[in-house]
Design a protein around this ligand. Sequence first.
Ligand SMILES: Nc1ncnc2c1ncn2[C@@H]1O[C@H](COP(=O)(O)OP(=O)(O)OP(=O)(O)O)[C@@H](O)[C@H]1O
Ligand SMILES: [Mg+2]
Length: 319
Amino acid sequence: MTDINIDHFIADDSDELNTESTRKEANTLPLPKVINERYKIKRVLGVGGMGIVYQVDDLLLKSIGLNNYHMAIKVLNSEASHFADADLLLVNEYIQSSHLHHPNIVSVQHLAVCNESQRGFLIMPVIKGELLSLLLDSPFENIPIDARLKYAYSLINCIHHCHKRGVIHGDLKPGNILISDSNELFLFDFSISRNLDPEKNKFTINFNQVHAWSGDYAAPEVLQGNAPTIKSDLYSVAILLYKLLLRVHPYQQNEEGPKPRTKEEQKLHHILLQAMRPVPSERQLNFKALLNIFKEMKNHQIDNHTPIMKKVTSIFSKK
Ligand SMILES: Nc1ncnc2c1ncn2[C@@H]1O[C@H](COP(=O)(O)OP(=O)(O)OP(=O)(O)O)[C@@H](O)[C@H]1O
Ligand SMILES: [Mg+2]
């Protein structure tokens, strides 16, 4: 099994379009304006610690009259490119994503190599919308509670799907979640995902050298260099749900002033804390049960007399 050393994949804000000199240093060739005579680069959609994602026009799809020819391609950014085995992270992302088929997960359609630059790239649909990280930075009231519950439902639903298929996401954070303009949640970025079936992990990743995680969402054992597990995903999901439904990060004070929690919010707080216990084996959050909870919520018309948080926590507490 090949070892991937991703020692230096530290998130930065570099704009690859302006890093010609860095690219030369990194000994990578620039991408052409049209990749493989098919994908015409239109703009940068986003830059992560490892990758840069461009919006492209798929000229083949366009030429046969399809309207939906806007695609996204992910290549390694200039930081990552000069590590010999870094391309394997794109391969890993492709392999792990190939086990997943879910409406709330961005499906990676192809893995390819640019003929001109010899750089590997992934092709996937473009999600037009906003990162959840940006939305969560806006005032709580800007996102109505029913939208928050919908996102929570979708998130649990798609993580449950990953885990059922043996895929540990490994880097769950609001920066790896997009909310589309039509208000749907999309999970993406399976670059450091692992599979419960060792046969399906074609490459090993030295997790004690990864610095890509957000300290706000990663489980303590992962920050200490251990490989992500189902339990570490659980920890991150619980923090995400906490921030989404209870307005603050669990380890932060509410900066919006003294706003005492309702009884129901306190209950939700305790339920989510059970999934954030420091000892992984003690973490509990039954995904299946949570799915049922949110399904139930979706199916029930919430009457105007029942405060929505009461409804949420009463269903949560049935477990
Ligand atoms: N399918 C997509 N549609 C629209 N924008 C996308 C898509 N995929 C990625 N992006 C944008 O590109 C950015 C970087 O993508 P991605 O998270 O996959 O890179 P990364 O380097 O692996 O990230 P990280 O810093 O989490 O390791 C995202 O934050 C997002 O803004
Ligand atoms: Mg990312």
